[in-house]
Design a protein around this ligand. Structure first.
Ligand SMILES: [Zn+2]
Length: 203
């Protein structure tokens, strides 16, 4: 339905418009959420608004791995329980959540914040590749696990990184096939992800 045809007030229309910008929220869902919020208690809407604001105000990126964190460095980078000689490379912070959920990986991470995509004008300089290379300078890392998304951009990025990292004498592995091509890591289920990590192969 054309949004202009919805008989509503300017404030509701604005809310629907903003909700509609969220990933996975179409015009219909945005409308439903807006009217739900309209009926919700003032407490509930305040808590939601505060949660949205504080996620911007209180979180930042870890200066080492670029994961989202409230304290810098993040809890994974600070932990003495983690293997510090392995770094798993992911595209987005939410990929770490998916991998951590499997409880199978105990090394460190590096978040690229994107993937190389020549068609969309995203080059190596637009993602956190230089920062990764800086982390590899001291020779303490012995394995890099490529966990970029199993799609064209993810593959291109992994290939490019392998070209930079392999010459350093660091073992480069990638998640096992089994993740359906064209999907995103964050949507993979635990069993598939666990198998992918356990069965990781030389790049
Ligand atoms: Zn970190």
């Amino acid at each position: 339905m054309d949004q202009d045809l919805i008989p509503t007030t300017e404030t509701i229309r604005k809310l629907i418009q903003e909700l509609n910008k969220l990933p996975g929220v179409g015009p219909k869902s945005a409308q439903r959420l807006a009217y739900y919020l309209l009926r919700a208690s003032e407490d509930q809407t305040r808590l939601l608004a505060e949660a949205i604001l504080s996620v911007k105000q209180k979180t930042r990126l870890c200066s080492i791995c670029f994961n989202v964190t409230e304290s810098d460095p993040c809890s994974i980078c600070c932990s003495d329980q983690r293997n510090r000689d392995k770094i798993c490379i992911v595209e987005q912070p939410q990929d770490i959540l998916a991998l951590e959920h499997t409880r199978i990986y105990n090394g460190l991470y590096h978040v690229l914040h994107g993937a190389i995509s020549p068609t969309e004008g995203v080059g190596a300089d637009n993602v956190r590749i230089q920062e990764l290379m800086n982390r590899l300078q001291d020779g303490s890392v012995i394995e890099i696990i490529m966990a970029t998304n199993p799609n064209l951009e993810g593959e291109q990025t992994a290939l490019y990184l392998n070209g930079l990292i392999s010459p350093l004498g660091i073992r480069v592995t990638r998640l096992a096939r089994g993740l359906p091509f064209g999907t995103e890591l964050e949507y993979a289920d635990d069993v598939t992800l666990t198998r992918a990590i356990e069965g990781r192969q030389e790049f």
